[in-house]
Design a protein around this ligand. Structure first.
Ligand code: GDP
Length: 547
């Protein structure tokens, strides 16, 4: 009996050790995305964060995944750039005791849908804003998506080494255009030519800018009280006076930082700096690891799934095709929501009701990817896939869960897709099917005649699709213009509702099904959409597939 008791005790303590370890692993993870309008400095900031984490040794190691505008007809260039974006899809590194996963989001607006989907896998976001340009269009769009999910957001105002907008004006602009409640946690001393550094309100420290030596970060000076007379020894009489005024105004005008308001998306802390000069980045990172959330619970159709649950669950938010035509497999990126993900362990692919196991799941670091045996909530694993996965799929230890929140948005461009080589109809169908699963574009099938319509966010994707169909599937397609303004997902009280019956009769030419079989209205103009909405008040027309 004593032996049995001892055994039980030892097993129990082992269990507690594992449990403790599991909980520590979750709480030390920070999975986030950086979003910005192109050229605001996202790539540069990412690189500097990696430098701090010791993940890379020198600047210039992170390649931008920007698809350049000039590349529209240069397919090899597109492919090359796509390749770069695989490598930088997820960048993991360690900083202090934290494991940080940065999920890369393409800045190019033609790839906005990719970015929206990636945002479903982050637990928080850093928004980069160019001090001279202020809040730009793409930032507004991306922030809107973050706000739909109340994602905690930190703002980094970049390029302080250049002349830009007045800091207070810019903070106003951020509040108005992005609907934020900002709380400056650092404040600049001068700007452009006169830029002297920042005062860190979060840690009450002064950090001076040393433009001459961009690779070295100057030491910070603890400065609890900016009214101390010695401030002018560091930054001069005039700047000291200005800083005191500014900080007084900051404390009067803005609320003090409230961590829970930040976590609920009700307050957005702001940092200033210059990513290129490595300036203000450490302040940002140090505050980030303190305040940003560890992996959050996620809603599924069935229930809320908590990260510390024993059983594994995760979902696919991105699929990347292999660029090597000899290896047709793809990489599915899975965000782990709960439990531990183990190599060579069978997991349930819920949509297919099929058990799958993975012999070489990949983890991604700044400069390499490697096979991992165990991954924790917040981590991203890359799974080799021969066509089982599509975006939004859920994997679990066995429970039938379906995670929510990977909506499709209305594409901006629409064209009929036709088969240009009758001998290759099968290949074309397979190619289209797989490219849509990857989320390259959306496919709609017209109710009236079964014709296929491709919808994309940018014009660039049509060329990418044509090129990939030919090179990866041996199929040829041609396009035909089609006049569609927006795709709207239709919600009706019931399918035999008189308004729906009338609508379906009058607009039969414009009705289609998306890939999931959901009913969609392809409105030919903003005007006709408006008229339709007015004529059929019982129906709802949604701009996204999840409502
Ligand atoms: P992204 O498109 O948002 O990824 O922007 P990049 O990181 O590629 O930066 C765009 C341009 O701005 C590049 O030429 C950078 O060198 C430059 N840049 C980035 N940060 C700063 C900064 O702090 N100061 C200045 N002067 N230029 C910067």
């Amino acid at each position: 009996q004593i032996i049995a008791l001892r055994k039980w005790k030892s097993q129990k303590s082992k269990y507690f050790c594992i449990r403790m370890n599991f909980e520590t692993e979750i709480s030390r993870r920070r999975t986030f995305g950086i979003i910005s309008h192109p050229d605001a400095g996202k790539t540069t900031l990412t690189e500097k964060l990696l430098l701090f984490g010791g993940a890379i040794q020198e600047a210039g190691a992170v390649k931008s995944n920007k698809i350049k505008k000039t590349a529209t007809s240069d397919f090899m260039e597109i492919e090359r750039q796509r390749g770069i974006s695989v490598a930088t899809s997820v960048l993991a590194f360690h900083y202090k005791d934290k494991k940080i996963n940065i999920l890369d989001t393409p800045g190019h607006k033609d790839f906005a849908e990719d970015t929206f989907r990636t945002l479903t896998a982050v637990d928080s976001v850093i928004v980069v804003i160019d001090v001279a340009k202020g809040v730009e269009e793409q930032t507004e769009k991306l922030v809107e998506v973050c706000r739909m999910r109340n994602i905690p957001i930190i703002v980094f105002i970049n390029k302080l080494d250049r002349e830009g907008k007045d800091a207070f004006d810019l903070l106003d602009e951020v509040e108005q255009k992005l609907g934020f409640k900002v709380v400056p946690l650092s404040f600049p001393i001068g700007m452009g030519y006169d830029f002297q550094g920042i005062y860190n309100l979060w840690e009450k420290r002064l950090r001076l800018f040393n433009e001459g030596n961009k690779t070295q970060i100057s030491d910070s000076i603890d400065f609890d009280n900016i009214n101390d007379a010695s401030l002018s020894d560091h930054i001069g009489e005039q700047a000291a006076g200005q800083l005191r005024e500014d900080i007084e105004l900051v404390t009067e005008v803005y609320p003090s930082f409230d961590p829970s308001a930040y976590l609920n998306g009700e307050q957005q802390p702001v940092f200033f700096g210059s990513a290129l000069n490595n300036f203000g980045v450490q302040e940002l990172l140090d505050a980030f690891i303190e305040i940003a959330p560890s992996p959050l619970a996620k809603k599924s159709e069935e229930r809320l799934v908590n990260p510390d649950e024993k059983n594994f669950s995760g979902f696919v938010f991105k699929i990347h095709a292999n660029m090597d035509p000899k290896h047709r497999d793809r990489l599915a990126f899975v965000k782990i929501v709960s439990g531990t993900f183990l190599r060579n362990t069978p997991y349930l692919h819920v949509r297919l009701d099929k058990k799958l196991k993975f012999s070489s799941p990949n983890a991604f670091f700044a400069d390499r990817k490697e096979v991992v045996s165990t991954s924790f909530p917040g981590d991203i694993v890359g799974l080799h896939d021969t066509g089982n996965f599509k975006i939004g799929d859920t994997l679990t230890s066995g429970e039938e869960l379906q995670f929510k929140g990977i909506p499709s948005f209305s594409p901006e461009h629409f064209r009929y897709i036709n088969n240009a080589d009758p001998m290759k109809a099968k290949q074309l169908a397979k190619g289209i099917d797989q490219l849509m699963d990857e989320g390259v574009a959306q496919l709609f099938t017209l109710d009236l005649n079964g014709r296929k319509v491709i919808g994309t966010v940018g014009a660039l994707q049509f060329e990418v699709i044509q090129y990939r169909l030919e090179h990866e599937y041996g199929a040829k397609c041609s396009y035909e213009n089609l006049n569609v303004h927006k795709a709207c997902w239709i919600e009706t009280p019931e399918t035999n509702h008189p308004e729906y019956i009338d609508f379906a009769r009058v607009k039969s030419k414009f009705l289609a099904k998306d890939k999931q079989g959901q009913q969609v209205f392809l409105a030919d103009s903003a005007f006709s959409l408006q008229m339709t909405k007015e004529k059929y008040p019982a129906l709802e027309f949604h701009a996204t597939s999840e409502f």
